[in-house]
Design a protein around this ligand. Structure first.
Ligand code: HEC
Ligand code: HEC
Length: 327
């Protein structure tokens, strides 16, 4: 027991750098918004079939087997090929014996791994994941390994985050559109609630295009809100945009699914997605007098003498996001 404690002290003193923050790299981020993240099937299998015993987060006291990274460290050295590793890994698992075991210390401490039947294809997937990727490891392992072996090269491979599926151009465009919509909506709602519709109108007049432009800079894209019946003439849709707006109007009437439309040009992607009204919009885009109060109407007349953006109902195509970005 005493030797264990003094070993622990040595481990604390010789550190391999910021093991703690590194560790978080391999963990799944629950707040990861990219729903398109796909997990390597070997990672799932490892978690479901092996982590009961080889858990990287188990405390030292409650451990019943070495963490998988320790096994990786003993099986893979600089010159170990993937084929070699897979062969040895599978050979042990098909018939675990004390003689075959490379982790003699673990065998002494925990006993030989009890045999369990695993599908060969599953074990191959697990081996592939362990070999190709940096796997999750406990905080203490880095120092432990360094102390014994003088290096930190035991967990090579890609970061699991590299596995994120490439986003489609629709997904990218939608991210830009919805991000901008959120920013505009938040500011609009806040102003309506705190200062009333009239002030909110002034806000839209002064800030809408600025906010949209700021998002263009942020996303390195050209983000526009266009309309066939614009309030601000700068937002007038061009010929192609008008055609697409008509497609969306028809789709809405026919209750079809509303999806982004993307077009590939020579150097960039053109993305379209409709902007559809709800009840809230009608206090500035609805029927004069009925829904737009006289104060707001007067201000609209003054600010936008050529205003076409009135007379809408809820659930109509008010306009469209038209976004250009590089692929
Ligand atoms: C019931 C507990 C348990 C489960 C489940 C388990 N193992 Fe083990 N495993 C152990 C123990 C204990 C050891 C350490 C003793 C040893 O090396 O045999 C070990 C060691 C190993 C070794 C190293 C053997 C050596 O010493 O060379 C490999 C490889 C291994 N396990 C792979 C796996 C894989 C892959 C899975 C999941 C498919 C898995 N284990 C599931 C308990 C388990
Ligand atoms: C407080 C008044 C107000 C409300 C509420 C409002 N808007 Fe507007 N909207 C404006 C003003 C003002 C402009 C012109 C902005 C400018 O000059 O850049 C505008 C412009 C737009 C444009 C750009 C095209 C154009 O006509 O110039 C779209 C699209 C749009 N609004 C959609 C909506 C939708 C959808 C809602 C509800 C979710 C909504 N608006 C709610 C005042 C409002």
């Amino acid at each position: 027991m005493r030797s264990k404690i003094s070993l622990l002290l040595i481990l604390v003193i010789f550190s391999c750098g910021k093991s703690k923050s590194n560790n978080s790299d391999y963990q799944d981020k629950p707040d990861n918004k990219q729903s398109s993240t796909t997990e390597h099937s070997g990672k799932k299998l490892l978690k479901n079939q092996c982590f009961v015993c080889h858990n990287p987060t188990a405390s030292k006291e409650s451990r019943i087997a070495p963490p998988m990274v320790a096994i990786k460290a003993h099986y893979i050295s600089e010159n170990t090929s993937k084929e070699e590793f897979t062969r040895e890994f599978l050979s042990f698992l098909e018939k675990p014996t004390k003689e075959k075991a490379k982790l003699k210390g673990a065998v002494n401490r925990f006993g030989v791994m009890p045999y369990q039947y695993y599908k060969k294809s599953h074990l191959e997937k697990i081996a592939e994941y362990v070999y190709d990727y940096r796997i999750q490891e406990p905080d203490w392992f880095k120092n432990h390994w360094k102390e014994k072996n003088g290096n930190c090269n035991y967990n090579q491979g890609k970061l699991a985050v590299n596995l994120q599926k490439e986003k489609t151009v629709s997904e990218i465009g939608l991210e830009f559109a919805l991000g901008t919509k959120k920013l505009l909506g938040k500011n609009l709602m806040g102003t309506i609630q705190n200062q009333g519709t009239l002030k909110a109108l002034e806000f839209c007049n002064e800030k809408a295009i600025h906010l949209t432009d700021s998002m263009s800079t942020k996303f390195n894209a050209i983000i526009r809100r266009v309309s066939d019946k614009p309030r601000n003439q700068d937002n007038l849709a061009n010929k192609r945009e008008n055609e697409v707006i008509e497609i969306y109007k028809k789709a809405l009437i026919d209750s079809l699914d509303i999806n982004p439309i993307t077009e590939k040009n020579k150097d960039n992607i053109q993305f379209y997605y409709p902007i559809i009204t709800n009840g809230m919009c009608l206090q500035c885009h609805g029927k004069p007098e009925e829904q737009i109060n006289t104060e707001v109407l007067a201000s609209l007349d003054k600010l936008y003498p050529k205003d076409k953006a009135i007379g809408y109902d809820a659930n109509e195509v008010r306009g469209m996001w038209s976004i250009t970005f590089k692929k």
